[in-house]
Structures are given as C-alpha cells and as structure tokens.
Design a binder for this molecule. Structure first.
Ligand SMILES: [Zn+2]
Length: 252
C-alpha cells in the first residue's frame, strides 16, 4: 500500500519535473539565442545593455520600450558611462563623444530592441494607457540563426545632418518641437533602406505610434484615428468635404 502511494507521488512529481526541465531548456535556448544575437558585447555599449536587459527576462515574457530604455540608461550610468539621454541623466565619463568632446546620444535603446522582437506583436507602446506589460517578446526560432545587425540607427551622419536641418528640429508629422528621432519611412524589416529618401524626422510619440508599420498601414491608422474623433462629434460630413477638397485642390 505504502509503496503504491509512494509511486503515485513519484509519478506526478516526475511529470512536474519534466515540465520544469522543458521550461529550463527553453530558457537555456533563449539565453543561447541572445549570445548569438549579441556576440562579444563590450560593457558601456548599447548592445551590451540591450543584452543584459533581455537576460533579465523569461523567454516567454513581454517587455516594453520604456522599460528597456530606463534599464539601459540606469545601468550605463551605474557603470560610470554616459546615459543615452545624457542631458536628462547628466551622464559623464566614457561612451561615445562628439568631435568637440561632448557626449553623444546613442539613440533609443528601446527602439533598437524593437528591431529584434516580434514573436507576438500587439501594437506599440501607448503612453495613454499606462499599460506596463509591454508588447514585445523575442522570437527565439527566428533569431537562432540570426546573423544580421541589431543596429537600427544606421543612417549616415551626412543623412542625419540633412534631415535634421530639413525638419527644423520639428517632428515632420505632428510638428512637435523637442526630442526627435530619425526614422525609416519604410521600415528596415520591410525592405526600407537607410537612404535620404527613406529618412524622416519624428518625435518620440509619433515614432512609437508608427513603430515598424508600413506606410500604408500607418496612414490608415492615422486617418481613422482622426476620422473617428470628428465623426463621434458629429462632424463627419465637414470632414468628408475637407478631405475631398484637400485631395483635389491641396491643403487650404
Ligand atoms: Zn510627432
């Protein structure tokens, strides 16, 4: 009797053990994938902190851009480096510098990480919802044989200078003047090149909304958002009229 019940317990435990082993294998696979994606990272570089950030995650766990950004910024400063938003963080010390010796911005770590997620895509971070779960998760299968670059900010300095001048320091979509980012109009994942023609200057809000959507999809979402706002306020007809006029006569 005692032996039989013992055996029952053992069997149920071994099933649990099996599940746990599968879980730990998946986590191991995840960490191996990170090593393939980020080989030989050097402390103080953005890739290093991106990797460290992903290592804190479970293979099945979602994360958000702001979460990645704040992790990377905090860590680089703890290590005595320059924060990516060095102005607001008052970073000092090592890190990239401009020719005049001032610290440069490395770009947005969250956005860089965005290039390497995609197992499940649930839309970009929405700073209105306050949702902290984060929409990104690593696609392990896809990146097991990863050989490409995880660098998203690959516009040349010349292109960056030209488009920044062109935009007058404003977001080319909403006109917001403040911190802007240089974005691929057609996302890199969808074949867009790091060319002048494909570069546009967006504020962080617009860029987060646009994310890696192709231009047509983004256009539809933007117009729908706008259209719904006025429709719900009884201005559907005026909006239709304005759109028709604008399309045939240009902006009035
Ligand atoms: Zn904007």
């Amino acid at each position: 009797m005692q032996d039989a019940s013992m055996q029952e317990v053992d069997e149920s435990m071994s099933e649990e053990d099996l599940l746990m082993e599968q879980e730990s294998l998946k986590q191991e696979e995840y960490l191996e994938t990170l090593d393939k994606m980020f080989p030989n990272t050097k402390q103080g570089t953005l890739k290093y902190y991106n990797k460290e950030f992903l290592k804190t995650k479970h293979y099945d766990q979602f994360w958000s851009q702001p979460e990645a950004s704040s992790y990377c910024n905090a860590k680089v400063i703890i290590d005595g480096g320059v924060g990516w938003y060095n102005k607001s963080y008052g970073g000092k010390g090592k890190g990239k510098t401009n020719p005049d010796g001032t610290p440069t911005s490395f770009g947005d770590p969250g956005r860089e990480l965005e290039q390497i997620r995609t197992e499940k895509y649930e839309g970009c971070w929405d700073n209105k919802t306050g949702e902290k779960a984060g929409p990104f998760r690593l696609n392990i299968k896809h990146y097991q044989s990863y050989t490409g670059s995880t660098k998203s900010h690959s516009f040349s300095d010349e292109i960056k200078t030209i488009v920044t001048k062109r935009s007058g320091g404003k977001c080319e979509l909403c006109g917001h003047k403040g911190r802007t980012e240089i974005d691929h109009f057609i996302p890199k994942e969808k074949g867009g090149g790091s060319t002048l023609e494909n570069a546009n200057v967006l504020c962080q809000r617009c860029n987060d909304r646009k994310c890696n959507k192709d231009p047509e999809q983004f256009m539809k979402e933007e117009v729908n958002r706008f259209f719904n706002y006025y429709k719900e306020r009884g201005m559907e007809e005026q909006l239709r009229q304005h759109f028709t006029n604008t399309l045939s006569n240009g902006i009035s």
